[in-house]
Each structure stands twice: as structure tokens, then as C-alpha cells.
Write a protein that binds this ligand. Structure first.
Ligand SMILES: Cc1cc2nc3c(=O)[nH]c(=O)nc-3n(C[C@H](O)[C@H](O)[C@H](O)COP(=O)(O)OP(=O)(O)OC[C@H]3O[C@@H](n4cnc5c(N)ncnc54)[C@H](O)[C@@H]3O)c2cc1C
Length: 496
């Protein structure tokens, strides 16, 4: 019998399930409610509740830029949001037209953790409905070396790798808690003022897999714990910090109708403030102000303002020319911060054949691949299976022509859910490394990077402020984007 996992185990990053880790309380600026609303009433004047009305450019209409614009706009400032693409959302990307029968799937962010308070707050504010991320019923498949983890009725899951007797008893989530939870707790609150990665520098010298081995995990346990995602050279400190920030996760949601409804709802409210097709190429700044040069169509335009908030992911920011140059520290961070490579193939299957074997369409394996079925709660016979590849495998598959990408992934999905080939109608793929406006899936510090670059990711350079998931303790999540947008808006609001 295949393993029937608890639904809450379905997670790209399972360490999140460490129930004992205290949620990181975010010192929230007093943005949304009272003060900001009062400020908005003074919009017609030249002052806001907090002082002089400022002219601000925000670059990038991902969640970070949208939230920063939203907060500054409602505080009464004069904001222009410049977005290179013709749509808002950045790495929140829902595909609808690609599939038949009204089915849709996520090519970017797909789940919201119950501890991601800010994301949930904006979703509520935009009157969006939440739905469970995954089905409550059916087998969740775990595969190691092509072999299913087996769960005899009423017994422990048997993993097809050598584990100690204690590890067998703990189970996968138990191992996460046993080997990683205590250190994550000891990091304290990474969102607290003054928290610095330098205090935990030793954890930044080793990979997360090395850390687990040092904590006593067997080689088999490490393999089981890291199923579904390529942890590669990621710094142990990076993983543990994210764990501490995310806190005690007990549920996961998605936005009913598609994750892009959140950025679209914000963008709709800000429509007059946004310029699409506006690719920023140069940023000049001095003590008096900031000037952005951007290409829109074939016109080179410039806009001069008091402050600028830049949310461009660092790999894409490498193409933007700053005058004067950014500080050495910032330049080094921009040039070297690692991002996780991720590639997705979303296949349309004639029928949801996996249900007849009791499977729910969700799985992870050590290829590494994570499979999900975004259509489990959508009407119809047809179903979609999303396969997400990460790390070196994602790079290798991204390097293939589209048809070979698809057959390579389809063959792997076939080993997990036999019948994929038989019922296959077609697939679309997305490589986030190839995405010109991101060049990576999410910030993913390799060993040594968090202490070297972490302290400089979010620091302003004169009148230029920085936001985006990569600048937040919640890096890699929409929560990081939203939190950084709120923070950067507050920085500009408070700037003299
Ligand atoms: C495959 C994948 C799965 C994920 N899964 C989850 C998940 O399940 N849950 C979760 O919470 N998070 C998830 N994430 C992470 C989440 O999507 C991101 O953390 C978040 O969306 C980042 O928002 P952002 O505003 O920081 O950056 P972005 O969304 O990348 O926004 C940056 C914007 O800047 C624009 N831009 C770039 N260069 C320029 C320029 N020169 N001029 C003007 N505009 C420019 C881009 O077009 C883009 O719109 C996932 C990400 C990926 C890729």
C-alpha cells in the first residue's frame, strides 16, 4: 500500500511543519488602517499625515512593488509603478489559456502558509476566497530511487533506505523536528530589529545536508528528509532562518480561482499609477533625488522623483546601470546572491486516472521532483499534473528543447503515477532561470552568502530603497515580498 501522508505534510519545504518553532512576530509598521486612511484624505493637499507629499518610483509590479505602491498611495504620496512586463504579478503566475475546459494551474507561487499573516491580510483586503491547498483524501506518494515508501495498514511507513530504528519510528516529519527544530528555535526571531546572521556564522559555513549529518541524521534520513527538492549547496543558516520565520505551520491555502487574483486585484486598484512595458535600465541618484531611465516600446523615457523603491530580483538587477555605482557591499550582493533554479512542466491528462488507484495526485521523489494536482478541486474529467524540478536537474532539463523537456518529465511522472503517458494530451513548461525578468525562482543563499550578503540585501543606498522577497526573512515566499513592500514603503514614508 502506498503511503497515506497527512495532508499537511504536502509541502515543498517540509521543515515548515516543525510545530514547536515559534512564529516570528513581525514588527509591523502602522500602515494599513487608521493612520494611512487619515493620510489618504489629505491626498489632495501637498502634505500627508506624516509630512511632505513625496514623489516616488517603485520598480517592479510583483507583490513587493504592488504592496509598496499600495501603501504609499494610500498614505497620500505620488507614486509611479514601472513594470517591464504587460501584466502584474511577476513570479505569481497563473496559467489559464494554456489548458482546456477552464482548468488552470500555477507556474509560480502556489500556496500560502497559515503563518503568512501579511499575505493573508492583503488577500482578505482584496476580498479573495481561500481554499485548501491540497485534498483531504487520497495517498500522497513518496518515492526514493524509484521505489514507493510503503505504509502497511496501521504500521510505520517503511522507507526504501537504511534508517536507524529511531528514525523509522520518528517518520519524515518527526525527523525534521528532531534534527532541525532546536537550532531553528535558537535563532530567535529573524524579523526582530538588530537580528543579524553574523551571530550564527558557523551555521553559514555548512550546507543544510551537512548540518543534518552533524546533528546525527543517517545518510538515509537525509535522503528522506530532503525528498522533492534539491537543497544542493544551500546554507544551513538560510534554511533554519526560513524555518524560524515561518513558525508553526498547521495549514496551507491557495486563492480560489488562481493565485494571480491577488496581484491583479492590487493592480486594478492602482491602475492609474502603473506603467506597463516600462523596463528600467538606469537609475541615477544623488542627495536631491532619483532619476530612472526606462524603455517603453521604442521610447527611452526618464522620470525624476524624490525616492525610488527597487524590487527587481538581483539576477535581473545585474543589467541595471546605477550612477553612482552601488556601494561595494551591495554590488557584491547583487552580483553573487544565488537563486534556486526551478522548472515546471504542467501536463494535461485526459482523465484523473490516479484517483482510481487511491492516489491524490501529489508526490515527491528524490529525482528531485515535486508533483501536485492543482485541478483536484476544479470541475471536469480532465486533470492537470504539475511537476516542479529544482536545482541542477531543473538546469539540465531547462537546457533541453521543449519537446524533450516534456518527454523527460513525463517519463518520470509515469514512474510515480503510472498512466501518465497513456492519458497524456500535452504539456507546457516554464524555466524560471530563462525568465528574463527574474532569472531564478527564489533567493537561495549558498554557504557563506548569508553572512556575507545578508546584512546588505535590504539596506538603502541614498534615496534608493530595496524590496522583494530576497530582502526579507521570508525569502522565497510571497510573504517575503509583501513584508518587504510594507517595510520599504515605511522607510520612504519616514525618510526626511
Ligand atoms: C516556481 C515557484 C514556486 C513558488 N512557490 C511559492 C509558494 O508556493 N508560496 C509562496 O509564498 N511563494 C512561492 N514562490 C515565491 C514567490 O513567488 C515570490 O517570493 C514572490 O512572488 C516574489 O515577489 P517579488 O515582488 O519579490 O518579485 P517578482 O514577483 O519577481 O516581481 C518583480 C517584478 O519586477 C519586474 N522587473 C524586473 N526587472 C525589471 C526592470 N528592469 N524594469 C521594470 N520591471 C522589472 C518583473 O517583471 C516582476 O514583475 C514561488 C516562486 C516560484 C518561481
Amino acid at each position: 500500500m502506498r503511503e497515506r501522508d497527512d495532508v499537511s505534510q504536502i509541502n515543498r519545504r517540509d521543515f515548515l511543519k516543525t510545530a514547536g518553532v515559534a512564529g516570528a512576530a513581525l514588527a509591523l509598521p502602522g500602515t494599513p488602517s487608521g493612520a494611512a486612511r487619515a493620510a489618504a484624505q489629505t491626498r489632495a493637499n501637498q502634505t500627508t499625515a506624516k509630512g511632505k507629499k513625496k514623489k516616488v518610483i517603485v520598480v517592479g509590479a510583483g507583490l513587493a512593488g504592488l504592496v509598496a505602491t499600495y501603501e504609499l498611495d494610500r498614505a497620500g504620496h505620488d507614486v509611479t509603478l514601472l513594470e517591464a512586463q504587460l501584466r502584474p504579478g511577476g513570479r505569481v503566475l497563473t496559467w489559464r489559456q494554456e489548458f482546456s475546459d477552464g482548468l488552470y494551474a500555477e507556474a509560480g507561487a502556489s500556496r500560502i502558509l497559515n503563518t503568512h499573516e501579511l499575505t493573508l491580510r492583503y488577500a482578505r483586503e482584496c476580498k479573495l476566497d481561500l481554499a485548501p491547498y491540497s485534498p483531504a483524501k487520497g495517498n500522497f506518494v513518496n518515492q526514493v530511487g524509484g521505489v514507493d515508501a510503503a505504509a502497511p495498514a496501521g504500521g510505520h511507513v517503511h522507507w526504501p533506505v537504511a534508517l536507524t530504528a529511531a528514525e523509522e519510528r520518528m517518520g519524515r516529519i518527526g525527523m525534521w523536528m528532531h534534527y532541525a527544530e532546536r537550532e531553528a528555535k535558537q535563532l530567535g526571531n529573524p524579523a526582530a530589529p538588530g537580528w543579524s546572521p553574523e551571530s550564527f556564522a558557523d551555521l553559514d559555513t555548512i550546507t543544510f545536508a551537512q548540518f543534518l549529518r552533524r546533528r546525527g541524521a543517517s545518510a538515509g534520513a537525509v535522503r528522506v528528509m530532503l525528498l522533492g527538492m534539491d537543497y544542493g549547496n544551500v546554507s544551513a543558516l538560510r534554511v533554519l532562518t526560513e524555518m524560524a520565520a515561518n513558525g508553526a505551520v498547521t495549514a496551507q491555502y491557495k486563492i480560489a480561482g488562481g493565485m494571480d487574483l491577488l496581484p491583479r486585484a492590487l493592480a486594478e486598484r492602482l491602475s492609474a499609477r502603473i506603467q506597463y512595458g516600462a523596463a528600467v535600465q538606469t537609475i541615477e541618484h544623488d542627495k536631491k533625488g532619483v532619476r530612472a531611465g526606462y524603455l517603453q516600446g521604442n521610447l527611452l523615457r526618464t522620470l525624476a522623483v524624490d525616492y525610488l523603491i527597487c524590487t527587481i530580483p538581483f539576477p535581473a538587477l545585474r543589467r541595471v546601470q546605477f550612477t553612482p555605482l552601488l556601494s561595494d557591499y551591495k554590488q557584491t550582493a547583487v552580483a553573487n546572491t544565488s537563486y534556486m533554479p526551478a522548472a515546471l512542466a504542467i501536463g494535461q491528462e485526459r482523465r484523473r486516472y490516479w484517483l482510481s488507484s487511491g492516489d491524490n495526485g501529489f508526490a515527491r521523489s528524490d529525482w528531485p521532483i515535486e508533483v501536485s494536482s492543482p485541478t483536484f478541486d476544479q470541475p471536469g474529467q480532465r486533470g492537470l499534473l504539475t511537476a516542479m524540478l529544482t536545482g541542477d536537474l531543473a538546469r539540465r532539463v531547462s537546457g533541453l528543447p521543449e519537446d524533450r523537456r516534456i518527454t523527460t518529465v513525463l517519463n518520470e511522472v509515469e514512474t510515480i503515477f503510472p498512466g501518465a503517458r497513456e492519458n497524456f494530451e500535452g504539456a507546457v513548461t516554464k524555466s524560471w532561470d530563462d525568465d528574463f525578468w527574474a532569472r531564478g525562482a527564489w533567493q537561495w543563499f549558498h554557504t557563506g552568502q548569508m553572512t556575507a550578503y545578508g546584512p546588505y540585501m535590504a539596506t538603502p543606498e541614498g534615496r534608493v530603497h530595496f524590496a522583494g522577497e530576497h530582502t526579507s526573512p521570508w525569502a522565497g515566499w510571497m510573504e517575503g515580498a509583501v513584508q518587504s513592500g510594507v517595510r520599504a514603503a515605511k522607510e520612504v514614508e519616514d525618510a526626511a
